[in-house]
Design a protein around this ligand. Structure first.
Ligand SMILES: [Zn+2]
Length: 121
């Protein structure tokens, strides 16, 4: 093995480790809001821009939510328990706000991870 080959292998290994670490950091804070009704994806939003939306779940229950500086919170809901409204804002990958009576889940995901999942599956 030539000296250049050894250097090349070290560079490649370092790059691979860097990509792994980069991906891990990226998944810490999510960049996509997934809105599910009974488990099916109904809407997706980017967290990179401020936005707001509404979703109608089971029994005609309506949830209004806002996206502000990457934080998602339910601002209005006509469900009986209002638990989703009292939930703290979510911003990190894997966090979710669930409205059980409506069967609605607001879920933060990282699009990087979604792509990774797609490749693995
Ligand atoms: Zn609710």
């Amino acid at each position: 093995m030539k000296r250049n080959d050894v250097v090349l292998i070290i560079v490649l290994a370092a790059a691979a480790v860097g990509i792994l670490i980069g991906n891990r950091l990226e998944t810490q804070s999510g960049d996509t809001l997934i809105v599910r009704v009974h488990g099916a994806v109904a809407q997706t939003y980017s967290l990179r821009q401020n936005d707001s939306g509404t979703i109608t779940g089971a029994g005609g229950i309506q949830l209004s939510f806002s996206i502000e500086q990457g934080h998602v919170s339910v601002i209005e809901a006509n469900c009986p328990d209002k638990l989703c409204m009292s939930h703290r804002p979510i911003s990190k990958n894997g966090e979710s706000i669930i409205c059980l009576p409506a069967g609605v889940i607001l879920e933060i995901q990282s699009s990087e991870e979604a792509q990774y999942d797609a490749i693995v599956r």
